[in-house]
Design a protein around this ligand. Structure first.
Ligand code: FAD
Length: 484
């Protein structure tokens, strides 16, 4: 039986939000010896991973284009644990994707969600679910706790360090942090995801092999179209493809017949059920709405409605036009919008597009990343486009460092930010799963170290303390050194 934790209103570390960054932060803080409380507005953990998800590529980008492992630690630990239990698939370094960092290490998101509860218990994190953090308690510029609304009413919690992992920065903004927010028109679209089962994968594969030019190609960008087509013709297992976006001719026909909408291209990702050696089709770009601010509930309400209209249309179109989907059926609609873009909280360092392009190293590296800067999602039939400045990747298929200072918000003390709203320019937006888990783990370990040393998160930026943080992260398997 799960041990009931002591009811307490005083903690070393409080984590607000239990998405991918929040769970990583809470576990790292507790492992660092801090008395840790994780507060989540829903009754479950995981956020965009398994609640409003699953993500199409969970996980990807753990390797750089040269095929070197660059990200491990918490995310690697969860992949290995799920692999042992047959709820993950081994990293697939197949020929089709080789030469790119878009390499999949599939995990089953539902089992991932269950694992999170198990890991919370193992680490000794106290959970407070069904509770909305509504504000911070402040003494001048120092955060000293959080205010929560739940069935008990308004409740106050004291904490030495607060980690803001709400994804949207709602609490950081209430604490007085600086942030950047694009205009509605410039923000990426927000989406509701859905999943279908009952797909005849042999038929899908047959169609794709016969029409390789109908897919958005993956893998080494230096390959000619014919080289890519040949790789697709040689695919043996649908799993090697991982995602199938395109279906250009089918989409054109469906659009001409009024059966497809103008907000997204056609396509889906494979959602794995490894223990059953089975895939479901997961759609995360087929219902999406532009001009929606993630911090405007009126916008969000409209988008929830419009996405559901698009989902109905998309399911009907797939069943009618895409070979293999004739008998497919809906199995899951994400319970709420997945918010792609909102505020970024400005910190002591703002990760830039130039840092990505230069493969920059920082003294306070807390993790590596190879994700390119400058690609954006758009709500058109193109789905993904380059920003006006174009896309840049680290040189030679390598990586860049993620600095600790991007987790430390300017001006406000005792607060750390982890997750997709960390301090970065729009082009260098750190929003994918692996990035949110890297920042989450680092923030959790840093918060626990601050408590132990009696310093603030900003004081921890000092090289002598950062070195200690890096030793802790390395002992947890985080990759910080090497040629990469
Ligand atoms: C459509 C779409 C597709 C994507 N596909 C992929 C993909 O295939 N692969 C990939 O790697 N990444 C993908 N991403 C990105 C990735 O899934 C997310 O950016 C990432 O999971 C965000 O993690 P997070 O911890 O910052 O936020 P979230 O996962 O959103 O977690 C925030 C948590 O905080 C809670 N919360 C919020 N406010 C409060 C509050 N006031 N009080 C208490 N709790 C609160 C929420 O309930 C939630 O649990 C996708 C994103 C979108 C939108």
């Amino acid at each position: 039986m799960v041990k009931r934790m002591e009811r307490s209103y005083k903690y070393d570390v409080i984590v607000c939000g239990g998405g991918t960054s929040g769970v990583s932060a809470a576990i790292a803080a507790a492992r660092g010896g801090a008395k840790t409380l994780l507060i989540e507005r829903l009754g479950t953990l995981g956020g965009q991973m398994n609640v409003s998800g699953p993500p199409g590529f969970s996980y990807a980008y753990l390797y750089n284009e040269r095929g070197e492992r660059i990200i491990d630690g918490f995310i690697g630990e969860t992949h290995r644990r799920l692999l042992e239990e047959k709820h993950a698939r081994p990293t697939d370094m197949n020929e089709y994707r080789s030469g790119s960092n878009y390499i999949f290490s599939f995990v089953d998101p539902e089992w991932w969600g269950l694992l999170m509860f198990q890991m919370m218990e193992e680490a000794g994190v106290t959970l407070l679910l069904h509770s909305l953090v509504v504000d911070v308690i402040r003494n001048g510029n120092e955060v000293t706790g959080v205010v929560v609304e739940n069935a008990e009413g308004r409740v106050y919690f004291e904490s030495k360090v607060v980690i803001e992992c709400t994804g949207e920065g709602d609490i950081a903004v209430r604490a007085g942090c600086d942030y950047e927010l694009l205009s509605r028109e410039d923000s990426e679209p927000q989406s509701v995801c859905f999943t279908m089962d009952g797909v005849d994968w042999d038929k899908v594969l047959q169609y794709i092999k016969a029409h390789p030019d109908q897919l958005v190609p993956r893998g080494d960008a230096k390959r000619t179209p014919e080289e890519r087509y040949e790789l697709i013709r040689n695919v043996k297992d649908i799993g090697e493809l991982g995602d199938m976006l395109g279906f250009f001719d089918i989409m054109k026909e469906a659009k001409e017949n009024g059966d497809w909408h103008e907000y997204a291209g056609m396509g889906f990702f494979l959602a794995p059920r490894p223990d059953a050696d089975h895939f479901q089709a997961h759609f995360q770009h087929s219902a999406q709405v532009p001009n929606i601010w993630s911090c405007d509930p009126w916008d969000l309400s409209y988008a929830e409605q419009e996405c559901r209209r698009q989902i109905v249309m998309a399911i009907k179109a797939f069943k009618k036009y895409v070979p293999g989907f004739e008998n497919a059926y809906l199995t899951k609609v994400g319970m709420e919008l997945r918010l792609r873009e909102g505020r970024r909280i400005m910190g002591d360092y703002i990760l830039s597009r130039d840092d990505v392009a230069a493969g920059r190293r920082f003294y306070d590296c807390i993790g590596k990343n190879s994700f390119a800067a400058g690609a954006v999602h758009v709500a058109t039939n193109e789905t993904i486009a380059a920003s006006k400045d174009g896309v840049v990747a680290p040189p030679d298929g390598g990586s860049y460092d993620m600095p600790y200072r991007m987790l430390v918000p300017r001006k406000i003390e005792n607060l750390l930010i982890a997750g997709k709203h960390v301090s970065a320019e729009r082009a260098a937006y750190q929003r994918f799963l692996q990035e949110t888990m890297v920042t989450g783990q680092a923030a959790g370990a840093a918060a626990a170290l601050c408590v132990k040393l009696g310093v603030t998160p900003r004081q921890l930026e000092d090289e002598k303390y950062v070195k200690q943080l890096q030793e802790i992260l390395k002992s947890q398997g985080v990759i910080l050194d090497g040629v990469h």
